[in-house]
Structures are given as C-alpha cells and as structure tokens.
Write a protein that binds this ligand. Sequence first.
Ligand code: ACM
Ligand code: ZN
Length: 545
Amino acid sequence: MKHTYISTVVRSLLILLTAQLFPLVSCADNADNVPRQIPLSRVSVIPLPQTLIHGAGNVVLPQQVSVSTGLTGMSATLLKETLTAVIGGAPAEATNEQAFIRVFTDNTLPEEGYRIQVDETGCNLYYRTQEGLLWGVQTLRQIFLQHKVADDDTRSIPMLILTDSPQKTWRGFHLDVSRHMFTPEFLKKVVDCLSFYKINKLQLHLNDDQGWRVEIRKYPELTTIGGWREFDEYDKRCIELAHTDRTYEIDPRFVRNGNEYGGYYTRDELKDLIAYATARGIEVIPEIDMPGHFSSAIRAFPFLSCTGEAGWGNEFSWPVCTGQTDNYSFYTDIIDEVADLFPGRYFHIGADEVEKDNWKVCPHCQALIREKELMNVDGLQNYFVKHMADYVRNEKGKQVMAWDDAFIARDPQDLLYTYWRDWLADQPGKITQQGLPIVFMEWGRFYLSAAPSDRHLKSLYEFEFGPQFPGVVQSNVVGFQACVWTEMIPNERKFGQHVFPALQAFSEVAWGSERDWGGFTTRLPWHLGWLTQNGFYSRTPDFIN
Ligand code: ACM
Ligand code: ZN
C-alpha cells in the first residue's frame, strides 16, 4: 500500500517537473512576447503541510472557475464560498473531467491525509476520508485566498504538489465559558477558525464555581440560580482595569441589574453549535467539572455540599459531599442530559483541584471511607470519580476524560487524561507507561490564558517533549490541546489577543508540522490579515511591527 502511495507521489512529481521543463503556463507570454507581470508566488499554509513543492510558475485562474460535482457536503460549501469571494461570483459546476478543481479518492492515503496538485490544467485534490477531504479543502481555501492579481487583473495561484496528514488524531481547543461567556454566534466563528487550522476537538468547560452554563431540564435552578453571580473578584479587577484599558470591559450582553453577570446556553443553542462544529470536522466535548469547582450548582442546591452551603477552602471551593451517596443520582441525572445532548464519543468529568478538608471532618464522608475501606480522602475522591466514570462509560457508552489530578498511580482508572500540571513533569511519563492515553496540554505553553508574548509564542511553537517530560510514551499521547481559562478574558477582543496568533503556532504543534520558527514568522502575516478580515481581534507580534 505504502509503495503504491509513494509511487503515486513520484509520478505526480515527474508530471510537475515535466510541466516546468515545458511550461504551458498561460502567464508566460502575451501577444508582444513580453512576460506578463505575475509575481511568482509562494503559499503560506498554516499548519505547514508535510511536504510542499512549489512549481516554476503560476496558473492563471480561468474566467469561469469550475468545481467538480464530485465535491459535496460542507467541503463543497466552504470551497465555493471562498471561490465566490476570490473571483467575485459563484463558481460553476462541472464533471471531474471538465472542472478546474477536481477531486479523487485515493485509498493509499493516511486516514486524515490528502494531496493537492496544482498544474496548468487546474487543481486535483486527492483524499481518502471525508476528514481528509475537509482538511484538503481548508488548505485549498488558504491557497485560493492567497491568490495573486496581475497588472491585467488576472488571478493566479502557484503550481505545486502538496502531501499532508497529521501526526496525531487529537488537535484540541479547550474553552472555559463559566468565568466569562461568549455568544453562540461568536462560538460558531471560533469553530470556523479552528476548522480552518485543522483543529478537530472543542472541549467546553460548562460549569465552574462562577457559573453554570448548560440548560439541564430536570434542575432548572442550575441555570436560573447557578448561572448568575454578583461581580466576583475577577470581574471587579476587569472593571478596574477597563478604566484605562478597554480590552478588559465586561461584555454587557451578559450583565443584568448593573452588577450581576450570567447566562447559559439552551439545549437548542448547544445542539445548533454541535451540528455546526460537526459539519466542520470538530467534535464538541462537554466537561462537567466535579466534585470540585462545583459551587455554582451548590449555590442552587446547598444540600450537595458537606456543610449545606457553598464556600471556599484554603485554595479551592468546597466540593460536593462525596460521602452522601444518595446524592449521586443528582450527578448522574446531569450526566444523562449532557451526554444525550452531546452526541460525540467523549465526556469529560473534570476532577481537578479538589479541596478535601471538608471531607476529613464530614461524618458522611468519613463513614463512606470506613465502609468502603478507602483509606483516606484521596481514596474517597477516587471512589467518586470511579462511580461517575463507570456511569458515563457503561450507561452512556462514552470514553471518559478527566484532568490528570484523577490519576492515582496505585489504582489507575481507565480514563483519557488531560495532562496540565507541568510542575508534575513526570506525570505524563507515569500515566503513559501504564498504557493509558493522555491529551497533552501542559500549563506552561498550552494555556493561552497566560499573558501573551512573543516569548510564549515561540516557546509554544518550538515545543518538544525533550528531557523536561521524562519517560513519555509518545504512542499513548493521542494529541495536544490548547486551553483558555477566562477569569481575565471578559470579551471577544481580549479572547482574540490571547488566542491569536498562539492558535496558529499551536496548530503546527498539534498537526505535527516540521517546526521552523523563521518560516512560521514569514507565513504568519497573511494569517493575521485573514483574522482581521474575519472579525477577530489578535495580538500583533513584535517581530511583525
Ligand atoms: C485546570 O487548569 N484546573 C485544569
Ligand atoms: Zn461530606
């Protein structure tokens, strides 16, 4: 199989080289035998494809660009939208033989792989799966959007051969919508952008101490009470900073009565978002964070905590009382509704940063530790996580995810761990050596909520496991995820300044592109312009100023 694929590539290269030796490029001459002024162009594709060989010339787009009728679905819609913008009118449709843009299946390609060949006759896109086709179309969109316009107004793209496929299947983006919310329309725009950069997972952090953001029909108070807060310390800091820096303004669409912040996503809004993302190659993963980070629910249902109220410990909020097993059905009811709402394969149950002091003195918690011989509060946390994970796995048929805080080396659970605590640098080694999978999203580089800077951008871009993370079994790293916590990100402008262009750098890490910082910095400016054109804010790196 591999041999066939390689020989196909070699054949394509030969065709391209032949074309260069005998250029048929219509831009070469005009009636006066004076070369027309079409600058030889290079494409700036992000994430950088596996191999990209430019030909010797450009191909002038015909008066009527036509797309193969073999291209259907969202891939066709996206490409046609782009072509309409580029050529100023809707492209025509034609059979594969007649069309300027043609599509072919090639079963020798990797799962998400694709190949593009642009020569004087037009453009061929080869793919194996619908995902591969979509990623190929996203690359084609970048190529067409970067077309060159000559003095005589003709438009051209460079001849090239490009082969591409990702190294890892998980290329994720995590967004906290609890601390600050974003409108469903904005989330759709983010989805468009993620798909443009071949990111294929979106994890939504749907609850935290500051707000509950997903409608649960059985417990409406989760949103009517838990979805609202009086401005908290972060809001107040944002408001203070906004006096001199407008980028910290709290989005007024989520404020009521002057000092209350909140809102939530209805089931219909989430269904619509999920369908929108799925069509664009992105699986949306719900996260319901428990047993800690649960104060918004405890405010609405105080019986859930050990003390009968919400509160704050030394570092984190009071968790739910894991000793009261009668309450477990409350959590599984929530899991039922959320798992049914999100049809994807994964469900994240949080399990990070649990302040366990209340459990040490709570009679219910202590009784359960004794009854189940759990030894201590860590055993109790593991018991609770195991109960919820088993429920998600066995009753909902999903693969269960949790933050790496849930990993207990002596009693490891069958979870997909999102690894974030870079101060526990041997943790990814320990987890993966047990044969368990991780999504790698360590705090130092993959948390885009950190203060953005060129230094951070470069260090993210150049990420390698290296000696910092000893013993990682790479084959158990399913992929990478970028992560945005929104305590200090109260609006779309601030979001953009944190996320872009870090997302572009991240996409090359996640896709597994060969890293070349210099090349990245020369490819980046076009993408910053594209972000602006598409209504995103971004940070302009110092090296571009
Ligand atoms: C986390 O940052 N608490 C997962
Ligand atoms: Zn308790």
